[in-house]
Design a protein around this ligand. Structure first.
Ligand SMILES: [Zn+2]
Length: 44
């Protein structure tokens, strides 16, 4: 059954930035749908 769990996570679509379309590494859950770059831009 471990095999199917691995496949489940592999089949999850990568999170993408809604602004530039870059893939977001899911380590910052509070980031929402924007990547580091776009989050930085909004900070100006
Ligand atoms: Zn972005």
């Amino acid at each position: 059954m471990i095999q199917s769990i691995v496949e489940f996570f592999k089949n999850l679509p990568p999170k993408e930035c809604v602004k530039c379309g870059n893939k977001i590494e899911e380590q910052h859950e509070c980031y929402g749908n924007q990547c580091d770059s776009c989050m930085g831009v909004t900070d100006i």
